[in-house]
Design a protein around this ligand. Sequence first.
Ligand code: ATP
Ligand code: MG
Length: 259
Amino acid sequence: MKAKLVRTKNLTRLWEVVEAIKSASSGEPRLGLIYGPAGRGKTRAVDHLAAKTGAVYVSAARVWTPNAMLKCILAGLGGTLTVSAADNLTRAAEALGERLGVPSLGNGLLIVDEADYLAKGAQPPNTPPLLDTVRDLHDASGAPVLLVGMDGLAKILSRFAQFWDRVRMSEEFAPLDSGELIHLAGELAGLSMDEPSAEVIRRATHGNLRQAIVHLARLEAVAKAQGSQKVRPEWAQKISAEVARGKLRASGARLKVVK
Ligand SMILES: Nc1ncnc2c1ncn2[C@@H]1O[C@H](COP(=O)(O)OP(=O)(O)OP(=O)(O)O)[C@@H](O)[C@H]1O
Ligand SMILES: [Mg+2]
């Protein structure tokens, strides 16, 4: 399997959100949101975005305090850290502000992956401290900020009015369709896949990109053993059954107690 990034419809969705928050003027709401279930390709897409544009990328962690988050962002910006959270906020906002209008530095774009951690442990009307700090940074710097997280993220964030009011655009990463699977098979494994085979994989994986890659890697091995690059629907059936059986074993669902 090749390690290359394949163009998917979700990449186009990501660029639309980024364009929307980048093209808004500083002072307007410039928060964007990308969300979707595990394995839809969110992290790979924003990693690519950061590499291509020079935007700052950080990945949130369960142990983050507001100051730990600010230090991580400041480090990504090449700034000098201090012990004081208030000073780190000022420094990070200034460093982001200086990047506005600099295309090679992402025009100040900040990307926060695993953003579900920002909203943990608070119920409205109390807002989570990490979310408040992202809002403070957004307001003080005027920079566009993209949050990336799981499928429930938009719903959770919408409960915090002051934060949600600043969200300009929000897009869900969709499951792969069979056309995209055919394209992925060709690009990543050099396989030619017909619609019925793609449909088998699509149903087995529910359009999950990570699982689709697992299937394609196995299909590639079968194709090599068979000496043909043309995927047959029965190979796809066999492989999706095998993957499902392997997962059941891994979860212990098929294990029997040996007496
Ligand atoms: N456009 C792409 N082209 C090729 N491979 C991709 C693409 N997008 C994602 N992948 C691969 O699919 C797998 C899952 O992607 P990724 O980790 O980005 O998903 P995710 O949505 O961030 O998942 P999670 O919610 O579990 O963090 C990874 O192995 C990644 O390299
Ligand atoms: Mg991820």
